[in-house]
Structure formats: structure tokens, C-alpha cells
Ligand binder design. Structure first.
Ligand code: GTP
Ligand code: MG
Length: 196
């Protein structure tokens, strides 16, 4: 697929260090350990494109991957990690909010949430910001392999119900990096956003 073209472009300590590029991008956000880096590796069929870890908070930098000269995938640092100092959390929230509001190249936000506990406070805050910036959101319920089919379906329906409350363009799908469940759906949404 087109996503296999992904190449590491740059790391930035925060949003202010990103190039004021033209072109278009989609960002991956979510709590620490939600499976952002794993999802990027699964999407791009590259084992080590984005670093994954059992230790939450592994991705501290913003990592930018380019698909071609005009299109990028952006892996944002995880939030909600208990051991991060409050001041750093606040700074991060502020810059994330600004990124969603001001980044002209941003076409959509993928919010990854563990299917077993979606829509925590910070997830909701993030989705609210995206919706108020008129960005489409894909809420991806990750690690779907952790649940049996019946329970997975129930969680999906519940999440779709919950998503209505944001009154925006919020799509919900389930996803597993382990068995690639939901990969076609993810690719379909991203292809639309990235005009592929
Ligand atoms: P940070 O960079 O710390 O914010 O984390 P992240 O959101 O990038 O998560 P990462 O992809 O590093 O995955 C965190 C842990 O969850 C790792 O141990 C992964 O192996 C595991 N994991 C990720 N995706 C899946 C999945 O689909 N199924 C299962 N069973 N485990 C997964
Ligand atoms: Mg990561």
C-alpha cells in the first residue's frame, strides 16, 4: 500500500519545532501505551519505524514520517502518564491544543484508546479540541485482540454512542496491531484525509 513508503523524516521536542511545511499530514495521539507507535508500524508494514515499548511514555518526541513530499504521518508523545511532572503536562496540553487549532497542514486526528477503557478525560479533551478546530477524528479502539468478539462489538457500539456527544466528525473503529484487525478501515480513513 501507499503507507509502506513511510520514511522517518524528523524528531521534534515539541510542536513549535515542526517545519512550517506545506503539504498535508495526519497525527496519531493517545494516552501513553495506547498503541500509537505499534499502529504506525502496522500501518506502514515496518517493524521498527516507530519505537514501541512496554514502558509507558517511551515516545517523548514528536516523530514525523513522510509518505511523499506532500504527505506526512505524525506520532505525538503519549499523555496521561502518571509520572510526568505537572508542569510538563500542562505545557504539553497547551502546545497540543495549539497544534490542533493552528496547524494548517493537519487534515485529521487519530485518537488511539485501549478498547478496554476508551474516552478517559484527556482523550475527551483532545477530541473536543479537534472538533472545535473542525478536524475530523478517528477514534481507534486499540488492542482489540484483548477482547472476545462479543465484548469487542459491545465496546464498539458503546464507543460509537459516546462519540455522538462530541457533535463532530468522529468515526470509531476497532484495531489490533497484533492481528491487523481493522487495518483496512484505518487505511480507508487515512486515504481520504490524505487524498490518496
Ligand atoms: P507511548 O509511545 O509510550 O506513548 O506508547 P504508544 O502509544 O506508542 O504504545 P506502543 O505502540 O509502544 O505499545 C505499548 C504496548 O502495547 C507495547 O507493549 C505493545 O506491544 C502493546 N500493544 C500495542 N498494540 C497492541 C495490540 O494491538 N495488541 C496487543 N495485545 N498489544 C499491543
Ligand atoms: Mg509511542
Amino acid at each position: 500500500t501507499y503507507f509502506t513508503n513511510a520514511k522517518f523524516q524528523m524528531s521534534a521536542p515539541d510542536i513549535s519545532h515542526l517545519h512550517q511545511d506545506d503539504g498535508i499530514e495526519v497525527a496519531f495521539a493517545g494516552r501513553s501505551n495506547a498503541g500509537k507507535s505499534s499502529a504506525l508500524n502496522t500501518l506502514t508494514r515496518q517493524k521498527n519505524l516507530a519505537r514501541t515499548s512496554k514502558t509507558p511514555g517511551r515516545t517523548q518526541m514528536i516523530n514525523v514520517f513522510e509518505l511523499d513530499e506532500q504527505r506526512r504521518l505524525v506520532d505525538l508523545p503519549g499523555y496521561g502518564f502518571a509520572q510526568v511532572p505537572l508542569a510538563m503536562k500542562k505545557k504539553w496540553q497547551k502546545s497540543l491544543g495549539e497544534y490542533l487549532q493552528k496547524r494548517k497542514t493537519l487534515q485529521g486526528l487519530v485518537v488511539l484508546m485501549d478498547i478496554r477503557h476508551p474516552f478517559k478525560d484527556l482523550d475527551q479533551e483532545l477530541i473536543h479540541w479537534a472538533v472545535s478546530a473542525n478536524l475530523p477524528v478517528l477514534a481507534l479502539l486499540t488492542k482489540s485482540d484483548k477482547l472476545k468478539a462479543g465484548k469487542r462489538k459491545a465496546q464498539l457500539l458503546m464507543a460509537r454512542e459516546a462519540a455522538l456527544a462530541f457533535c463532530g466528525d468522529v468515526t470509531v473503529h476497532t484495531f489490533s496491531s497484533l492481528n491487523r484487525q481493522g487495518l483496512p478501515e484505518l487505511e480507508q480513513v487515512l486515504s481520504t484525509w490524505l487524498q490518496l
